[in-house]
Write a protein that binds this ligand. Structure first.
Ligand SMILES: NC(=O)c1ccc[n+]([C@@H]2O[C@H](COP(=O)([O-])OP(=O)(O)OC[C@H]3O[C@@H](n4cnc5c(N)ncnc54)[C@H](OP(=O)(O)O)[C@@H]3O)[C@@H](O)[C@H]2O)c1
Length: 265
């Protein structure tokens, strides 16, 4: 039995919870003020104050808002034998360790993304120096319940990950919106344009997933010389790289913002 304490059962905490429930070896306790009216299969507490003094989870997963961390973390200092895993954006390992009481505490930091809510996420993970191989394996196992996991050697890359895969679902959604609007401009009915754009993304994503084809090869497979796709790509990739350079600048802005937020900006 692996005892897990989940702190915060909102969008991301709830996604993790759904991923974990299929494993009967997990004994899950939740701290979240929104205690359900009806009994659930989880031991649910409105605050850590009501957890029994003998309670000792193997891992405490922190899925509350970053701005709540300073106030809440000291309340978990008493769990001196637990591994901590934080998914809060912008709160680094040093700060987590300090606010959890300092001194050789094993801490993992993760950045998941929204498709985790349907088990299709991708999460970057990084560990502090006190986390053992066993700690890392446990963190990885819990996050693999909602998608793929990649390990970072250097925590400094977390801001770049936030800019790419953390915020990425919003860029992809914006592309679908833009394609639908462009379809409308060509005279398609709005409903039809939205349906075509949406399923184009879904089908392309499924193709990438199932065939393992490289995106550049897929692009070339659709592009015949002097054909319609080539005409569009001439526009999309014009002027110093077009879409490529636009995304490069967009991700740089997101990375800078993640950096500012981490410094309290
Ligand atoms: N959503 C994403 O795509 C995403 C991606 C990567 C990382 N994250 C990170 O995941 C964390 C959670 O984000 P979220 O989107 O899941 O937020 P959320 O939906 O607001 O979830 C936070 C949950 O914590 C509860 N809560 C509030 N105070 C609490 C306390 N003192 N103790 C325990 N639980 C408390 C909230 O309850 P109330 O609603 O009643 O306040 C809510 O259920 C954030 O740190 C965020 O940076 C999110």
């Amino acid at each position: 039995m692996t005892r897990i304490l989940l702190v915060g059962a909102g969008k991301m905490g709830g996604a993790l919870l759904r991923g974990w429930t299929i494993d009967p070896s997990y004994e899950i306790t939740i701290v979240d003020p929104a205690v359900p009216d009806k009994p659930t299969r989880f031991d649910w507490h409105a605050s850590p104050a009501s957890l029994p003094s003998s309670y000792a989870p193997a891992i405490i997963v922190l899925a509350i808002k970053p701005q709540q961390m300073a106030e809440q973390l000291p309340r978990y200092q008493r769990f001196s034998r637990s591994l901590f895993l934080s998914i809060a954006a912008g709160i680094d390992l040093d700060r987590l360790q300090q606010e959890l009481g300092g001194a050789s505490r094993p801490v993992l930091r993760a950045m998941p993304n929204l498709p985790a809510s349907i088990g299709q996420g991708v999460t970057a993970l990084v560990a502090n120096a006190y986390a053992t191989a066993e700690d890392k394996a446990l963190g990885q196992r819990l996050l693999e319940a909602v998608g793929q996991v990649v390990w970072l050697d250097d925590e400094a890359q977390m801001n770049a990950v936030t800019a790419l895969s953390g915020s990425g679902p919003a860029y992809v959604a914006a592309l679908v919106e833009a394609m639908a609007l462009a379809g409308e401009d060509l005279g398609l009915a709005p409903e039809r344009a939205r349906a075509l754009a949406r399923q184009t993304l879904i089908g392309t994503a499924a193709l990438l997933a199932q065939s393992q084809i490289e995106p550049a090869d897929l692009r070339m497979a659709v592009t015949s010389p002097k054909g319609t796709t080539a005409a569009a790509l001439d526009v999309l990739l014009a002027d110093e790289g077009g879409l490529f350079s636009l995304l490069s600048r967009a991700l740089a802005a997101a990375e800078q913002r993640a950096c500012d937020l981490a410094q309290g900006g």
